[in-house]
Design a protein around this ligand. Structure first.
Ligand SMILES: Cc1cc2nc3c(=O)[nH]c(=O)nc-3n(C[C@H](O)[C@H](O)[C@H](O)COP(=O)(O)OP(=O)(O)OC[C@H]3O[C@@H](n4cnc5c(N)ncnc54)[C@H](O)[C@@H]3O)c2cc1C
Length: 293
């Protein structure tokens, strides 16, 4: 199903994000995760696109596999990294042929070892250029990325949000956010976009269930998200007690999701990291408390 149609039909969605497995063993883990999480009835699943090229073909394979095996709509992430526009158009044909109808259009991060993003000659420099290319193609629903704390490359949060405005104007039907852990910046982002585009846009919070404080610090350092003082104060003292930090982290995540939904978030997109347990615990707790249907 195309996500624009799904979003028209559903006020709120539940989705999970996976990354393409790097080897056979990781495939088995992902298979198991898909089996478990599909039982929770997600509206869609998205699959990331590797920065360096190694796992790129696997994005299509995993999306195709999820749709064939489970019937759940899946979305392929796609970046501007190391691709000319002609190569991207060829990829659209390949994706269309594989039954893919939804793309998450991203600029992408620099490949490992490179500090700055360098556009490929004849390629796209920003997600806005990729959105133009996909919209011209006409065969896919387009989703984009959003950053409640602003994108790390842009010194101005509101300037970054103005580029997000352009992504919606150019044809994105929704945005999924970078992970974040405080409701306030999300609401500020939604308000900003409501003002600049003249309507409330579908900005789906990206949720990272917290299960390990050290892993959380590494993840946030990599993607530029900040850990609020309140979360640090709650979890840092428990950091070396795996059970205690997990329990407190999941409880925090559930409360955070509840607050986002109560504030009108149009659903949740859970970064499942190819594991099912934490994502399932969060969704089950939200359902039991009536916060999520
Ligand atoms: C939900 C989600 C999923 C992701 N999945 C992947 C993935 O699968 N693979 C992957 O490699 N990475 C992924 N990323 C990471 C993403 O590629 C990086 O965060 C990247 O640095 C920014 O991507 P973007 O699409 O937001 O870029 P853009 O929207 O192009 O923004 C990049 C920077 O340029 C500025 N900017 C934007 N448009 C313009 C313009 N037209 N002119 C001047 N400046 C501009 C912005 O303010 C920002 O600072 C994901 C991120 C999110 C939030």
């Amino acid at each position: 199903m195309r996500l624009d149609e799904l979003f028209d039909a559903r006020e709120r969605t539940l989705s999970f994000e996976f990354f393409p497995p790097k080897n056979d063993r990781a495939w088995y883990t992902l298979e198991d995760t898909i089996d478990q999480l599909v039982q929770l009835g997600p509206d869609f699943i998205s699959v990331t696109y590797g920065a360096g090229g190694g796992t790129r073909a696997r994005t299509r394979e995993v999306v195709e596999h999820i749709q064939a095996k489970t019937g759940v709509t899946a979305m392929a992430h796609l970046t501007c990294v190391n691709a000319t526009k002609a190569e991207l158009r060829a990829l659209f044909d390949e994706y269309h042929g594989a039954g893919i109808q939804n793309l998450l259009a991203l600029r992408g991060d620099p490949p490992k070892g490179e500090a700055r993003f360098t556009p490929t000659d004849g390629g796209c420099a920003f997600a806005t250029d990729l959105i133009d290319l996909i919209r011209t193609d006409g065969r896919f629903a387009i989703v984009c990325a959003a950053f409640p704390e602003g994108h790390p490359d842009n010194p101005s949060r509101s300037a970054d949000w103005d580029w997000l405005t352009r992504k919606f104007e150019k044809g994105a039907v929704a945005a999924i956010t970078q992970c974040f852990f405080d409701v306030a910046p999300y609401l500020e982002l939604v308000d900003h976009l409501t003002q600049t585009t003249g309507r409330r846009q579908r900005i789906i919070p990206g949720i990272l269930p917290i299960t390990d404080f050290h892993a959380l610090e590494r993840f946030c350092a990599r993607c530029g998200a900040s850990i609020p003082d309140s979360v640090r104060a709650l979890l840092a003292p428990l950091a070396d007690d795996p059970l205690a930090v997990r329990q407190a982290g999941i409880a925090y995540t559930v409360g955070f999701c509840r607050a986002l939904l109560a504030a009108g978030a149009p659903g949740l997109h859970i970064y499942a990291l190819n594991r099912s347990t934490a994502a399932a615990e969060v969704v089950t707790a939200l359902r039991l408390s009536g916060s999520l249907h």
